[in-house]
Design a protein around this ligand. Sequence first.
Ligand SMILES: Cc1cc2nc3c(=O)[nH]c(=O)nc-3n(C[C@H](O)[C@H](O)[C@H](O)COP(=O)(O)OP(=O)(O)OC[C@H]3O[C@@H](n4cnc5c(N)ncnc54)[C@H](O)[C@@H]3O)c2cc1C
Length: 381
Amino acid sequence: MYDVVVVGAGPCGTAAARRCAEMGLSTLCLEEHGTIGHPVQCAGLLSIAAWEGCRVGRKPILHQVRGARIMASDGTGFSFDAGTTKAYVVDRGALDREMAGSAVTAGAELQLKTYVRSIEDTTLRTVGMNGYREVSGRIFIAADGVRSGIARMLGMGRSPVVLAGIQAEIVHDVNPDLVEVHPHASPDFFGWVIPIGKNRARVGLCGGQQVRERFTTFLQHFGTACTDLVTGALPLGVMPRTYGRRTLFVGDAAGLVKPTSGGGIYTGVRSAMHAAEVAAICCETGRFDDEALAEYECRWRADIGRELALGFRLFQLRRTLTVKEVDIILQTFQNPDMVATILQWGDMDRPSKLVMQLIKKPEILRILHILFRSGVRQILK
Ligand SMILES: Cc1cc2nc3c(=O)[nH]c(=O)nc-3n(C[C@H](O)[C@H](O)[C@H](O)COP(=O)(O)OP(=O)(O)OC[C@H]3O[C@@H](n4cnc5c(N)ncnc54)[C@H](O)[C@@H]3O)c2cc1C
């Protein structure tokens, strides 16, 4: 019997497996696919903190960016350029493989082409290249992504919102230093242009409806020559309980994705660390009841819970805004004092730092008025 069995070898699964192995736990990580990191379902934009959380060498880094340009509906935009590296653009497949390699180096076992088809008490039933098997573990970490079969098998509640995403890699001249954000390309989320150099970029969007149609329209601005196409789903809002029945849910499986940006690596890998540490405590004390597992939820909530809750609230507000209201908000942010504040306090992973500064600004009254009006509109609908 293993101490810990991790289901899924995405970044959160391998981060958890690595940490468990480093703490001396016998650890097995199961992955249904035969190749780690394939298919890619990600834009590969990582804040510096997210990148550092992955704890691998720089090989997967393709490019770096210094800030963002936010586009209004008339095609004009305004930029935040920090003048220094703010985020990395990575080869996500390579990142996943590096992380899996580090987990194996730390002592975790990795079994590919092994699909977990059921879970019961301490036993997982698998099917794959070794045929039908049973694997035993004292505790499980479910890192099996947005569709989490483990959550379904255990009858756990799921994330309240799942968005669809499509992205193309294109050949097109772009500003290599700034990510472009297009709020109007997808009214319930946004579109993006992420440079991978001077003339290559990832162009994509996420949304709750008409995602293919929106994407086709958006892509037309850049020509249609596309060298790589990615589709995927994004869970927003954390599942009602992230633990239960000897299992801790991490990353997308738990809905631990930043609702303002759709970034899931930072929060997911942090959740994986907390899960591994709590798994170690459970193995040491021999307690695997829900009360003991609850410590995991206390830890990730203390770390990233406030940011995720604020992010979800902002996501809900953003969904209620009209095109005109978004443009007015963008105009308000162009004030030099606001730009300076955003550059000083903006943090991709912790938006509350910036929000706390912005609410001290007189200009924010205009934005609060818009948000209040759109909130009332929603209630009256
Ligand atoms: C279009 C798009 C763009 C994105 N862009 C970004 C970005 O720029 N930056 C960012 O930080 N995040 C981004 N994300 C989010 C990010 O991709 C996810 O948050 C991240 O992949 C979550 O990692 P994970 O390990 O939890 O899950 P996954 O990466 O989904 O890994 C889950 C693994 O579990 C395996 N698995 C599933 N079920 C089983 C089973 N029953 N048995 C065995 N194995 C199983 C799967 O094969 C998979 O390998 C984006 C998402 C989308 C859809």
